[in-house]
Design a protein around this ligand. Structure first.
Ligand code: FE
Length: 138
């Protein structure tokens, strides 16, 4: 099953998402695009706060689990419980584990097994798929 034919809690048509999101957000979140490494300001963000889905707004990661992977993409070792789902991605002649938002199905990035302790996981995220909410701002 692909994310496009699964029912999510927030279930909008492509046209509806296009009206809310920037072209780059739409391309990454709903066309499985990848932002260029090093282009997201969130890659260098280490303040305290919550990283939310740029499409539907649910909390996905906390700043405590963010680390510098050196890849140029915002990286985390653990998502917030039940916030994300994964699927198998066989594009680009590789088998990777794709990560998407459990609420809207928006594509976030991929997860790899070369992360730091305690999980050993590296959630390699597109910064455009995330919105950072600094602590105390809400
Ligand atoms: Fe979402």
């Amino acid at each position: 099953m692909t994310t496009s034919d699964k029912e999510f809690k927030v279930n909008k048509t492509e046209q509806e998402w296009k009206e809310i999101l920037t072209p780059e957000e739409f391309n990454v979140l709903f066309k499985h695009g990848t932002e260029r490494a090093g282009t997201s300001p969130l890659d260098k963000e280490y303040g305290e706060g919550i990283y939310e889905c740029a499409a539907c707004g649910i909390p996905l990661f906390t700043s405590e689990t963010k680390y510098n992977s050196g890849t140029g993409w915002p990286s985390f070792y653990k998502p917030i419980e039940n916030a994300i789902e994964t699927s198998v991605d066989r594009s680009l002649f590789m088998t990777r584990t794709e990560v998407h938002c459990s609420c809207c199905g928006g594509h976030l990035g991929h997860v790899f097994g070369d992360g730091p302790k305690p999980t050993g996981q590296r959630y390699c995220m597109n910064g455009v798929s995330l919105k950072f909410q600094p602590k105390g701002d809400k």
